[in-house]
Design a protein around this ligand. Structure first.
Ligand SMILES: Nc1ncnc2c1ncn2[C@@H]1O[C@H](COP(=O)(O)OP(=O)(O)O)[C@@H](O)[C@H]1O
Ligand SMILES: [Mg+2]
Length: 249
């Protein structure tokens, strides 16, 4: 069996029969506010606590916003601030990363070559092997040409792989539907896809978000769609009652 990188997220490692296969590059897709950023931060946090340095590259939010939100939402996670201050959980915010996204010579389209090389050199200098890119949606938004988008995505994946990282790339999707995701280019480019569904409140009931693993190269995984909650101690995935499928680990 391939070595596993534990996400540390309660329930998710069970669904993945032990964790993300090492050096997989996976997509965490979902609507706005579903907890993609927080879940990614918890992944880096748990790994940093175990001594594995991680980097979050945000293409959307400023560093202070990310840190303030994470500390507020995860108020009971010990040492979160300390790990950030000690550069065990490194955060590069949008105020920095937007400088890596450039227009081409004609000024008519965007290029992401610099972003990929900057990511590579930061990984080289920090020795980090846990990575989050939050989110790749901006790349898709700015690169209209699907062939070009695929090329950029592949070069990003190849750098992340070459640097021996196990990475989560978040992706904003409008209407999270399994069937639509199956035909997106990301389904073929990345090693795994996890979807967060917003959940529809019915008759005034609370909206319960759910999570589903729809693809994970290198391992079998749970096929259940399970509810989760964002708590001060971290994300809590509410596994269905003791199902046999988790007994394998
Ligand atoms: N301080 C907090 N306490 C509890 N829940 C929070 C807090 N801050 C954010 N959340 C929850 O986290 C969600 C946002 O998480 P986030 O990871 O930023 O979502 P995404 O990246 O998918 O847009 C909010 O919709 C809310 O449900
Ligand atoms: Mg986010």
């Amino acid at each position: 069996m391939r070595d596993r990188v534990k996400t540390g997220i309660a329930g998710l490692d069970k669904m993945l029969y032990g964790g993300i296969p090492e050096k997989n590059q996976i997509v965490l897709a979902g609507g706005p506010g579903t907890g993609k950023t927080l879940m990614s931060i918890e992944y880096l946090y748990k790994n940093a606590k175990d001594g594995n340095v991680g980097v979050l590259f945000s293409l959307e939010e400023e560093r202070t916003m990310i840190i303030d939100n994470a500390l507020a939402a995860f108020s009971s996670l010990p040492d979160l601030k300390q790990l950030i201050d000690d550069n065990k959980l490194i955060i590069h915010g949008s105020e920095e990363t937007r400088g890596f996204i450039q227009k081409d010579a004609q000024g008519s389209s965007y290029t992401f070559g610099r972003l990929v090389t900057e990511i590579e050199s930061i990984l080289e200098s920090t020795g980090a092997n846990r990575v989050v890119i939050d989110s790749i949606s901006i790349i898709k938004l700015l690169i209209k040409d699907m062939f070009e988008y695929r090329n950029i995505s592949m070069s990003l994946v190849s750098v992340l792989r070459r640097m021996n990282t196990t990475a989560i790339l978040t992706m904003e999707i409008e209407s999270p539907e399994r069937s639509r995701m199956l035909f997106q280019p990301e389904f073929f480019i990345y090693d795994g896809i996890v979807i967060l569904y917003t959940g529809e409140g019915q008759g005034g009931s609370l909206r319960t978000p759910t999570l589903e693993v729809i693809k994970m190269r290198g391992t079998n995984h749970s096929f259940s769609t399970v509810p989760y909650e964002i708590t001060p101690e971290g994300i809590n995935i509410l596994l269905l009652a003791e199902k046999e499928e988790y007994d394998r680990i």
